[in-house]
Design a protein around this ligand. Structure first.
Ligand code: SF4
Length: 153
């Protein structure tokens, strides 16, 4: 299944220490209550393929250190393919993924990622900046193990 980019932006908050080009991916299957971006439930936008990613990275490479996929849970194998493409072709660019899934899917090879956020949005528990959040943000270490980085300060 193709994944589509609803829009994108350069951001500093999503991945600590990185300037990220965040791609908001449409077609989110999670439908969390209180979702901050319900417009991402629809299947619309530009198809994210290697050509699209290459054009974006070439355009913004002097300004960014990371590509952050925001969503893409409806096809995690495709997220993995896109991360692999970046890792193999743009070695200085880090790869982050914000997923609303409960667990990291088996289709994902952690070695293609530098950061992964996991967990659906639960209104009562709040997002990553909440002390009570269910969501977890991990740094992927070079051996593929995960270091939990609490966002709440
Ligand atoms: S995963 Fe994110 S975009 Fe998708 S429904 Fe939940 S809060 Fe909204």
């Amino acid at each position: 299944m193709v994944l589509k980019c609803y829009n994108y932006d350069i951001v500093c908050q999503e991945v600590p220490g990185e300037i990220s080009l965040a791609l908001n991916i449409s077609g989110c299957p999670n439908h969390c209550k209180g979702c901050h971006s319900p417009w991402l439930w629809k299947d619309e936008g530009v198809v994210i393929d290697e050509r699209f990613l290459g054009l974006l990275i070439n355009k913004y490479s002097s300004a960014i250190t990371c590509i952050c996929f925001m969503g893409g849970d409806r096809d995690t194998a495709e997220i993995n393919n896109l991360a692999e493409f970046i890792k193999k072709n743009y070695k200085s660019i880090k790869v982050a993924w914000y997923s609303g899934l409960e667990l990291i899917p088996k289709s994902v090879n952690l070695l293609f990622f530098d950061y992964i956020k996991i967990g659906p949005y639960i209104e009562e528990k709040g997002g990553l900046d909440s002390k009570t959040t269910n969501q977890k943000f991990f740094k992927v270490l070079s051996d593929g193990s995960l270091e939990h980085l609490p966002f709440y300060k």
